[in-house]
Structures are given as C-alpha cells and as structure tokens.
Design a protein around this ligand. Structure first.
Ligand code: NI
Length: 162
C-alpha cells in the first residue's frame, strides 16, 4: 500500500480540529444556545453552519476529481441553518458530527492526487472566496478551494471560542 501523502491543507484541518476541541467540549448547553441578538447565530448554529459547509465541500472535493471545473454546489447559509433546527439539537451531537465529518474531509484532502489538487480550473466560484480569492478571469485549483474551506472553518471557530 502506498503511503498517503500529507498535504498542508489536510494537516491544517487536523490541527484546527485538535486546537479547538477541548474549548468546544468545555462549553455548556446554556453557553452554546445563547444568541447575541435574535438575528445572530448561537454557537450551536455556527457549528451547524460548519456542518453544512463540511457536507457541501465534501461533495465539491470528491466531485472535482472527476469534473474539469470547480462550479457546482452552492447553499444559502442562513436558510440551511434555520431549516435544520440546529438550535434544538444537543451540543454534544453537533460536536461529534462536526468532528468526524471533518476527520473524513482531512482524509479526502490527503488522498487527492497532486494532479487533481493542482490542475488549473475554469470556471470556478473563487472570485468572492473569503480566504483564498482567485480573480474570475484566472484559473483556480482544488487546493485553493480546500485552503479556503479551512480558513472559513477557523474563522467561525474563533467566533465560538472568543
Ligand atoms: Ni460562514
């Protein structure tokens, strides 16, 4: 069996999970249910949003290996969070789902062959990416998309953990 190459994005994702875990696990149900204002997400809803991001990007990362471009799935963050009632779910359930989903994503990242990871793609949705923007008229790579995924995850974790 060939050793799995360790990519920097896969490693960054594992490190982000490890760094946040004890802080997230120490939060109490009242802490994570509190909404700063009626139209702002609670910690539960932020973590739910990260689960939605994981499931959407799982599809993107796997499908991009058999498709020439990076277009495809988008989702409306607010309506996904509202429609799934993350606010009513036990924190522990959300945490475990989020963690194991991301461990699978780290495995996906680490197993994507270099040729797929670095192939220039056009069109792509990275022009408005928050952490790894690529102009619309330039090609982007799957590595850019994965890098942006980890940046988005760390941004929201920082919001939960303060
Ligand atoms: Ni977000």
């Amino acid at each position: 069996m060939q050793p799995i190459p360790e990519t920097s994005t896969g490693r960054a994702l594992r490190e982000a999970l490890r760094a946040a875990w004890s802080g997230l696990a120490a939060l109490t149900e009242p802490d994570v249910s509190r909404k700063p204002s009626p139209d702002q997400w609670s910690a539960k809803e932020i973590l739910g949003h990260l689960i939605d991001s994981a499931s959407t990007n799982h599809q993107r990362f796997v499908r991009a290996q058999t498709m020439p471009d990076l277009m495809g799935l988008t989702y409306d963050a607010d309506s996904w969070v509202m429609s799934q009632c993350y606010q009513d779910a036990p924190w522990e359930d959300l945490l475990v789902l989020w963690r194991f989903y991301n461990l699978q994503l780290a495995r996906v990242m680490e197993s994507i062959p270099e040729t797929h990871r670095t192939r220039p793609r056009h069109p792509h949705p990275m022009a408005h990416a928050g952490w790894c923007p690529v102009p619309e008229d330039q090609p982007a790579t799957l590595e850019d998309l994965m890098h942006d995924y980890v940046g988005h995850l760390k941004h929201h974790l920082k919001k939960i953990l303060g």
